[in-house]
Design a protein around this ligand. Structure first.
Ligand code: PMT
Length: 404
């Protein structure tokens, strides 16, 4: 099935002899119905002229980051937001290294940083450069971050060598790109996700909160959107950009978060509670700023509404997926939490360690449901979120089958 009609594909071409094959790729993409914008690096222009891609894509080719005329038309941020997918073919060793470093040194690398669209990379280089430990490390790091690496092929190379490093054929790349649109695991479903911390006021300037950055919840929101869901993201105060195509609702307190979730629950098929909601709120928030004194100060705390427990207790409720942040006894505590809050699934992560849980970019999860469990090994939160969405969609469908 062809999923490409109307899809907005940003084709990045970097410096390499395989750039000539991307002219054919552009033609195939346009023929398949995709709207194609080509972005070239300086290196790419040494191999093929922008005019070739302009003629084949039917759109102006972008290559300058600081170009007044281009910025007056479709500027780089607009272009980054426009894309449904970014396909970089060919991707040189140099570009892969810059992508890994998060450089914004030219238009294409800047677009990759500024876009929330999935990125697919088709490496093309000499076999020795491909097998070099540094390149392999760069590629592994990109994969960890959820970037899809396509190929390379093994065979004769333009330089006379034989080995791995040839760019995949345009028809194969077209197929990979098409497939990336086919995984509509949550197609048409309404998914609500809570993310970030909540803040509970002590006085006008102080509050109780926690270390949640929102990264896990925002990654799940992107992954669910990528999988075709209509996503509502209810988030506490975080400094993250809203992923494209997502409805974001900002809240501050546990009470506001609970109210917001409950107000919109009727329309939701799935609720994923990744927020670190405060368990207690100061019983009396002081008006104005509390004055410092030499006396001891006690603050009385009242339990907040447990949102997931409240939802779990409803007869007509969405499929619920909670999170458990644990320092030890993860399996026992997580399963107990799932059962006591009557949630369909729970994703447990270890907190208080450097590589997972709060604030960091990576995580690993142990997911439990009534009659099964799955471990997701340590990876970038983007990748973990995609894997979690796959598990949720499988269990959701199974659950629907059971309830049909
Ligand atoms: O935001 P990051 O920096 O990326 O960090 C991610 C994370 C560690 C915050 C996330 O992966 C995570 O574990 N979130 C849940 C944290 C938590 O509050 O866990 P808990 O074990 O205290 O709560 C269990 C479940 O009940 C959670 O789904 C929670 O959202 C929910 N809950 C808790 C309290 C409350 N009043 N209402 C709730 O709904």
């Amino acid at each position: 099935m062809n999923f490409l009609p109307g899809k907005r594909v940003l084709l990045g071409v970097t410096g390499g002899i395989a750039a000539y094959k991307s002219a054919e790729l552009t033609r195939l993409l346009v023929k398949a119905g995709a709207d194609v914008r080509v972005v070239m690096t300086d290196g790419a222009k040494a191999f093929v002229t922008p005019l070739t891609y302009q003629a084949l894509s039917g759109n102006p080719v972008h290559h300058e980051l600081l170009d007044e005329t281009a910025e007056a038309g479709m500027g780089h941020i607009e272009l980054a937001k426009w894309a449904d997918r970014i396909l970089i073919a060919p991707a040189s060793a140099n570009f892969i290294a810059r992508l890994r470093q998060g450089m914004a040194s030219d238009l294409l690398s800047t677009l990759c940083l500024a876009s929330s669209a999935p990125i697919l990379v088709a490496p093309a280089m000499n076999q020795q450069m491909w097998s070099n430990a540094q390149t392999q490390e760069n590629v592994a790091s990109l994969e960890q971050r959820g970037i899809h690496i396509l190929g390379p092929d093994i065979g004769d190379q333009a330089c006379g060598d034989f080995g791995a490093g040839r760019m995949l054929e345009p028809a194969d790349l077209l197929q990979h790109l098409n497939l990336s649109f086919s995984s509509q695991l949550l197609g048409g479903l309404n998914v609500m996700i809570t993310a970030g911390p909540t803040r509970e006021a002590i006085d006008a300037v102080r509050f109780i909160s926690n270390r949640s950055s929102g990264k896990m919840g925002f990654a799940i929101a992107s992954a669910a959107r990528e999988a075709g869901a209509n996503v509502t993201l209810v988030t506490g105060p975080v400094s993250l950009q809203t992923p494209e195509g997502i409805t974001r609702i900002n809240v501050e307190t546990a009470e506001q978060m609970g109210q917001c979730v409950l107000d919109q629950l009727a329309d939701q098929h799935i609720l994923i509670g990744s927020a670190a909601v405060a368990d207690y709120v100061p019983s009396n928030s002081f008006q104005g700023k509390l004055k410092k004194s030499s006396q001891q100060l006690s603050i009385e705390l009242t339990p907040t509404l447990d949102i997931m427990r409240e939802v779990g207790g409803m007869t007509d409720r969405p499929f619920t997926v909670g999170f458990a942040a644990e320092t030890d006894n993860i399996k026992t505590y997580a399963q107990e939490k799932r059962r006591s809050k009557n949630m369909d699934m729970i994703a447990a992560n270890q907190v208080g360690v450097p590589e997972s849980g709060f604030e960091v970019d990576t995580n690993s999860l142990d997911i439990y449901w009534a009659n099964g469990e799955q471990h997701l090994a340590l990876a970038h939160k983007t990748k973990i979120a995609r894997q979690l969405v796959e598990v949720i969609s499988r269990q959701y469908r199974e659950n629907q089958g059971d309830n049909a």
